[in-house]
Design a protein around this ligand. Sequence first.
Ligand SMILES: Nc1ncnc2c1ncn2[C@@H]1O[C@H](COP(=O)(O)OP(=O)(O)OP(=O)(O)O)[C@@H](O)[C@H]1O
Length: 259
Amino acid sequence: MSVLLEVNDLSKTYKKRVLPWKHNAITALEKISFSLDSFQTLAIVGETGSGKSTLAKLLAGAEAPSTGKILLNGQPIFTKNHKIGCQNIRMIFQDPATSLNPSVSIGQILEEPLKLNTSLTSLEREQKIKKTLARVGLLSDYIWHYPHMLSSGQKQRVALARALILDPKVIVADKPFAAMDPSSRSQMVNLLLELQQTFGIAYIFVSHNLNIVKHISDRLFVMQDGKVVEQGKTLEVLKSPRHVLTQKLLYSQQMLKKA
Ligand SMILES: Nc1ncnc2c1ncn2[C@@H]1O[C@H](COP(=O)(O)OP(=O)(O)OP(=O)(O)O)[C@@H](O)[C@H]1O
């Protein structure tokens, strides 16, 4: 049987205009290959500008890769069938304040992916929205709320509901807790773990927070300058980091804790 997600030689080079007639190539992500199964979480950490968000965006189909393929259950997605990719790999962004349209109600935000990707009737969509809100711990009344009426933790739950609503196999979360207070953050971590246990979702989790990464992930990639410089089982990498960058990240996290 094939693995859930297989990534082969995925890379991204951006062209940046430096003069009106001249572009420089920026390799945001060098060729990367890996696989991930249901119930697994891969965490990605690294320095600022190391290519973490680029990898997340490529995996979620938000950007086209320069090279490489993404296979889901052995089938190429995004290149051949964008819709299957969009349904099965969903993304949660860093800042729900900007990723949720402020002029649209929560009900409409959650209905949009259903309208675009399913043939559910209006009543079925409403039922699915209420069920999904309950799954993320929000009352069905939230359908009538607007993003500005919610706390940052509630907004991120709505963003999670929007990701969950199509019953995806993979969720890519790009620094999803960066704008949250520690208590809402730990509630969200527990919620993500619960959802994984129940639905077998695979997570790709980009973060700067090694404590969360330690708690939530099975495997870890450490990135620098568009390359994975260290990888392995999360607990082993964090216990005996071999690369100097991993050691540096651990050291700065420990210093932050002491401060
Ligand atoms: N649309 C773009 N056009 C040009 N360059 C880009 C673009 N997006 C990212 N880059 C460049 O690619 C590199 C990797 O950026 P990326 O956002 O993936 O890093 P990151 O590891 O997620 O950083 P951070 O942790 O600060 O969010 C950086 O040099 C960045 O400037």
